[in-house]
Design a binder for this molecule. Structure first.
Ligand SMILES: CCCCCCCC/C=C\CCCCCCCCCCCCC/C=C/C(=O)SCCNC(=O)CCNC(=O)[C@H](O)C(C)(C)COP(=O)(O)OP(=O)(O)OC[C@H]1O[C@@H](n2cnc3c(N)ncnc32)[C@H](O)[C@@H]1OP(=O)(O)O
Ligand SMILES: Cc1cc2nc3c(=O)[nH]c(=O)nc-3n(C[C@H](O)[C@H](O)[C@H](O)COP(=O)(O)OP(=O)(O)OC[C@H]3O[C@@H](n4cnc5c(N)ncnc54)[C@H](O)[C@@H]3O)c2cc1C
Length: 664
């Protein structure tokens, strides 16, 4: 803090709850708080992890700088004997996408999830020590969403006991895999398995791409980076790559064989593991993306909230100070729902992590019964949370007015680095349509005696939900969680049933599904919002210590669901789940809750416990010392290195001269 002055001190004094306890709730436990707090400071205090110049560096320098940071980070992890949890926190606070994400986040999980015990024994020790570096090479130039449409082939050659990996067309070139372009020595490559002239679907293969001696591509392999991506800095620290194979041979035991095996004589043997396990790594990463959404959104909200308390505009009386923009009701109605969403996503992310761990344990015991639930929840929540977060970051930029557009606000880079989350690991619409299929299947099975389970269990009470009438009579009734849950359940159930009824009128269900897909996506949004609301409410049923902490969370939960109810009141009214009067009462209650958030707003973002290094934003500085720092930063821009710019003599002077002679 500069000179020890805290320009937000008065705001912090207004807090009505124990901020330290809220930090622990946000982190998940004392243990995770301690690790996160210690590692964030370790990163912030190490100049090797500085991010100051990132948005101004040319690509080559930017990339080399990322290599330097990754290599240094790996050294620190080893020197300090950091645990996996600590190393992953270090990666989070270093805050720079790198090839290491794909190595640890997809290559290793793919081998763990789809490799046999022997394959794991062979490859994982090498990968854990980073003696090999891997990527996840699935997407191609021609196909990303449609995994079954991939064109790369892996043809078994029984003569040599090898697979021949080949890119038969331009569109079969692998395109996008992170870490592939310049770093990875190996990849899990997804290809169409062919034995004895017959196709057997898409499988993963471990393929060496570069020589370990000098990093040159192996014979038959063409490999490179796909070029600059959106924004300065941002995801350009990553070497997303292109890869082509010309009849590259790999040993048979490099096909990941947990799901299916190819025998020495080329027979394909299916194990009792469902084929969808080939998609298991994506399910794992989708789950981590939901957790990450709360981090990205909270970061943007922290910047916008602090700046909104610093910024004053209009409303001065008798020479007194102008109004803090955070006091404008319009600012609150845009900012506080995002603050509430950040908390909501935190808790649903925590729950999803639990669900994923549970499913993984079951899979190890060959119990595949909860796989559809894991797929539906990860796909739906990944789509919902990343869409809201990407839009939310942009809204936070607007909430910061003109200064939000400066790179030093941290928001442009945060947006640019975050927004591809709506596309990678499954385009959000494509994933929502997966959930839609599961919802329609659930509705069609109602009445068959098969009870829906997990997050679809509410559909089991369909008769009741179709009869339901909301009995809210006054605004405060909307604070009753049971009433809220039923309203959200009834809305989701009725939207699904309405789609199912329309679907049943089509002779060809696939045609119907395509025709109704936009309505189906709306039903999925309703279903996913219900999950988030219900997990927030469940969280409040836990014992939450600390003065005022639970009360603040109740207020935020109310803001979250009442904002959704207000925003989607068209759905609630059209399905007759609420009356116009009840919708209006919900909005009245929402305004009351906004005024309850207001005094606590700064403390609620302090509870994220983000260092100034991590935030990377002058507008979001902890001490609120915005103006002098913005002024100082402007002079550091390379354009200000000289008073008269390069190019003056070549372009400006002749222009000015020409105007002068025209006047004369
Ligand atoms: C500089 C600093 C460095 C610091 C270094 C420090 C060191 C590091 C130390 C530690 C660090 C740790 C760091 C970890 C970081 C981790 C971060 C990870 C970051 C990741 C970054 C992401 C990058 C992006 C990667 C990608 O994008 S990979 C490619 C993703 N691609 C997709 O998602 C494709 C989407 N398409 C599909 O998933 C499918 O094609 C489909 C849409 C699902 C359709 O598939 P199809 O086979 O056609 O199926 P259907 O016919 O529709 O369905 C049949 C059936 O299957 C069910 N189904 C479908 N999918 C699944 C599934 N996944 N699971 C289960 N079931 C599934 C479906 O419901 C149907 O069921 P029914 O038959 O019952 O109806
Ligand atoms: C930054 C980044 C990193 C990535 N990293 C990796 C990686 O490490 N490894 C890897 O393998 N891949 C990676 N990818 C690729 C990524 O997974 C794909 O881009 C993603 O799955 C979307 O597929 P697509 O590009 O084919 O989109 P498309 O499917 O072509 O989408 C284009 C449009 O068509 C719509 N659409 C498509 N199908 C349907 C449908 N059935 N119904 C309705 N609408 C539809 C989509 O909604 C979208 O609007 C990365 C991508 C990005 C941007």
């Amino acid at each position: 803090m500069e000179g020890g002055v805290d320009y937000l001190a008065d705001e912090r004094k207004k807090a009505e709850f124990d901020v330290q306890q809220m930090k622990i709730v946000w982190a998940g436990s004392h243990h995770t708080f301690e690790i996160s707090d210690r590692i964030s400071k370790l990163v912030a205090n190490d100049p090797a992890f500085s991010k100051d110049e990132r948005t101004m560096l040319p690509r080559k320098e930017l990339f080399k700088n990322t290599l330097r940071k990754a290599s240094y980070a790996w050294k620190r992890i080893n020197d300090l004997h950091l645990s996996e949890e600590e190393a992953s926190q270090l990666r989070f606070y270093v805050d720079e996408p790198a090839f290491t994400d794909l190595h640890w986040g997809m290559f290793i999980p793919a081998i763990k999830g789809q490799g046999t015990d022997e394959q794991q024994k062979k490859w994982l020790p090498l990968a854990y020590k980073m003696q090999i570096i891997g990527c996840y090479a699935q997407t191609e130039l021609g196909h990303g969403s449609n995994v079954q449409g991939l064109e790369t082939t892996a043809t078994f050659d029984p003569q040599t006991d090898e697979f021949v990996i080949h890119s038969p067309t331009l569109t079969s070139s692998k395109w996008w895999p992170g870490g592939l372009g310049k770093v990875s020595t190996h990849g899990v490559v997804y290809a169409r398995l062919i034995t004895d002239g017959q196709e057997h679907g898409i499988h993963g293969f471990i393929v060496q791409l570069r020589r370990l001696e000098d990093h040159r591509p192996l014979p038959g392999i063409i490999i490179g980076d796909i070029g600059m991506k959106f924004g300065n800095g941002a995801y350009n620290t990553m070497d997303n790559g292109v890869l082509r194979f010309d009849h590259v041979r790999i040993p048979r035991d490099q096909m990941l064989m947990r799901v299916s095996q190819v025998t020495r004589d080329g027979k394909v043997v299916q194990s009792d593991v469902p084929r969808q396990l080939v998609y298991g790594t994506m399910v794992y990463v989708r789950q981590t993306i939901v957790q990450d959404a709360s981090c990205a959104l909270s970061r943007a909200v922290c910047i916008a909230t602090r700046y909104s308390a610093v910024r004053r505009q209009f409303g001065s009386h008798n020479g007194g100070p102008e109004t803090q923009v955070i006091d404008y009701k319009t600012q609150q109605s845009r900012l506080f729902p995002l603050l509430a969403s950040a908390y909501a996503f935190r808790f649903v992310g925590e729950w999803l992590k639990w669900l994923y761990t549970d499913v993984t344990q079951r899979l190890q015991a060959n119990d595949f019964s909860t796989l559809p639930e894991a797929h539906a929840c990860t796909a739906g929540l990944k789509s919902l949370t990343t869409s809201v977060t990407a839009d939310g970051i942009e809204e936070c930029r607007k909430l910061c007015g003109g200064h939000g557009y400066l790179c030093t606000s941290g928001l442009p880079e945060l947006f640019a680095v975050y927004v591809p989350a709506c596309t990678y690991e499954g385009d959000n619409i494509v994933l929502m349509l997966q959930v839609a299929r599961i919802l329609m299947k659930t509705v069609s099975q109602l009445g068959s005696g098969k009870l829906p389970v997990g997050t679809m269990a509410y559909m089991g009470r369909i008769e009741h939900l179709l009869q339901y009438r909301c009995n809210v009579q006054k605004a405060e009734d909307w604070l009753n969680p049971a009433i809220v849950l039923e309203a959200f359940e009834a809305r989701a159930a009725r939207m699904s049933v309405s789609c199912a009824k329309k679907l049943s009128k089509f002779a060809n269900p696939e045609e119907g599904f395509a025709e109704l897909s936009a309505d189906l996506v709306e039903a999925v949004v309703a279903h996913c919002q219900l999950i988030v609301v219900s997990k927030f409410i469940e969280k409040l049923q836990q014992d939450i210590p600390g003065k005022g902490v639970k009360q603040q969370l109740k207020v935020l939960c109310g803001v979250y669901y009442l904002f959704l109810l207000h925003k989607h009141q068209g759905d609630f009214l059209a399905t007759s789940c609420v009356t116009p009067k009840q919708a209006s009462l919900a909005n009245d209650q929402l305004r009351v809750l906004y005024s309850q958030v207001r005094p606590n707003a700064i403390a609620l973002v302090d509870a994220f416990n983000y260092t100034d290094h991590f935030l990377g934003s002058i507008l979001g500085r902890y001490d609120g010392n915005v103006y002098p720092k913005l002024y100082e930063a402007a002079w550091k821009d390379p354009l200000n290195d000289s008073v008269v710019p390069d190019g003056y003599h070549q372009y400006i002077r002749p222009l000015l001269k020409q105007q002068r002679s025209a006047k004369l």
